[in-house]
Design a protein around this ligand. Structure first.
Ligand SMILES: *[C@@H]1O[C@H](CO)[C@@H](O)[C@H](O)[C@H]1NC(C)=O
Ligand SMILES: *[C@@H]1O[C@H](CO)[C@@H](O)[C@H](O)[C@H]1NC(C)=O
Ligand SMILES: *[C@@H]1O[C@H](CO)[C@@H](O)[C@H](O)[C@H]1NC(C)=O
Length: 383
């Protein structure tokens, strides 16, 4: 049943992409949608970290890496030296929470503005994600400091527990509008409630103010921040070359998703899902509620997407425009081809480890972080 469904999906996808040169039709046998290949990379190990979570490249090719416990590190790949950036605010390090994403402002070369996310504590043992920005001041000894730290956004309300913060940050290439992924804090129903900003895709100006054009602006409150909603734990977050926002999120028991995010759409969680609740209660699938936007790809068994990019380099020429997902559960990378508004998994690359983060350097090389204590920073180039 599963392979029949996969076969018909593959056939539909191939039909819809017959004249697209990007589709590697020849390598896909009809019954295996995700051919497993020998690791196609030449791997260079740079160094290792304590529970690394995300990374960003500076214009000088050094790399900022966040460690969940609350450290921001700076690595020089040419010497493998590791420095520290001081001035990170106290983080709530527990469960999935801690220091999270790190992203440069699109005009970083002129303004040195760094954006980062973390979990912070509130009253009565509650917690919530925060997005802040700061000026990055580098010193001459391989480290630096954050100055003028300014919190721009907070999850509202704060909630008990330490899961599903999501807190990815992304800027559109074309302007300085900032998108944030806000997880539903493992509380399910806030994802449908526009009086909270949990389980939502948020859109703000680069100073945290609310830009014109948000679909629920007239409702006021946190609804004015919302761009789209009905999401769960959104850890993959990137724009394609047309400026479209794609996200990969962890589903409940089954039903991990790749979604194309569009203004005002409701993606249905937890009313619909391709997975079921962990307590055994089933959730109707998307086809039962056409008012909710279904994922472009869903995974059962799950892959546990931890991050993703849309590959825009040419070092791996067949992958240009593809989604590359770092996967905890599948111990590697998952490659998805996009054709118009359709998407299909085409390859799974085993790395033998839970992968926490994948990013692309300006020369097209892929860089990954392994999950957990001792997680290594790897540079991946063609074999
Ligand atoms: C970019 O900015 C323009 C207005 O300056 C806005 O209309 C557009 O929606 C923005 N793009 C995104 C993806 O936010
Ligand atoms: C399982 O969890 C969901 C989400 O909270 C809830 O709606 C449902 O009632 C729960 N089912 C049981 C049997 O506890
Ligand atoms: C979705 O749910 C409907 C109704 O229960 C069922 O007929 C259909 O097979 C389900 N689809 C998938 C992909 O599970």
């Amino acid at each position: 049943m599963h392979s029949l469904l996969a076969l018909s999906k593959l056939a539909l996808f191939l039909l819809s992409t017959l004249d697209s040169a990007a589709v590697a039709v020849g390598s896909a046998t009809p019954l295996e949608v995700t051919p497993r290949q020998a690791n196609p990379f030449q791997t260079t190990v740079i160094t290792e970290f304590a529970e690394p979570w995300s990374m960003a490249f500076l214009p000088d090719n050094r790399i900022l890496v966040t460690e969940k416990v609350g450290s921001l590190r700076l690595v020089d790949p040419s010497t493998k030296a590791k420095g520290t950036i001081t001035g990170v605010p106290p983080v709530r390090y527990a469960g999935q929470g801690g220091l999270g994403d790190v992203v440069l402002h699109p005009q970083f070369a002129e303004n040195n503005l760094l954006y980062f996310s973390y979990a912070e504590s509130g009253a009565d043992s509650t917690g919530g994600a925060v997005v802040a920005r700061a000026t990055l001041v580098l010193d001459n000894s391989g480290g630096g400091a954050l100055e003028n730290v300014e919190v721009l956004w907070r999850q509202t309300p704060k909630a008990p527990g330490n899961n599903h913060f999501s807190h990815r940050i992304g800027f559109t290439g074309s302007n300085s509008t900032m998108f944030i992924s806000s997880g539903e804090r493992e509380l399910f129903y806030p994802a449908q409630d526009l009086s909270t900003n949990l389980g939502k895709i948020i859109r703000l100006n680069d100073d945290g103010s609310i830009p014109a054009g948000n679909p629920f602006a007239s409702m006021g409150g946190v609804a004015a921040e919302v761009w789209a909603y009905g999401n769960r734990n959104i850890l993959g977050f990137d724009f394609d070359s047309q400026g479209r926002l794609w996200e990969a999120e962890m589903g409940p028991q089954g039903g991990d998703e790749l979604n194309l995010i569009e203004l005002s759409l409701n993606y249905g969680y937890p009313i619909v899902s391709e997975g079921n609740h962990y307590n055994g209660t089933s959730i109707p699938n998307h086809s039962t509620h056409p008012e909710f936007t279904p994922p472009k790809v869903s995974w059962t068994p799950v892959i546990s997407p931890s991050s993703m990019i849309v590959y825009k380099g040419d070092l791996f020429p067949e992958w240009t425009g593809n989604v590359i997902i770092s996967s905890l559960g599948a111990l590697g990378l998952v490659r998805v081809e996009i054709s118009g508004e359709s998407a299909l998994e085409v390859q799974r690359i085993s790395m033998g480890k839970r992968m926490r983060c994948v990013r692309q350097a300006s020369d097209g090389a892929l860089w990954t972080l392994e999950d957990g204590n001792g997680g290594r920073l790897l540079k991946l180039t063609p074999n």
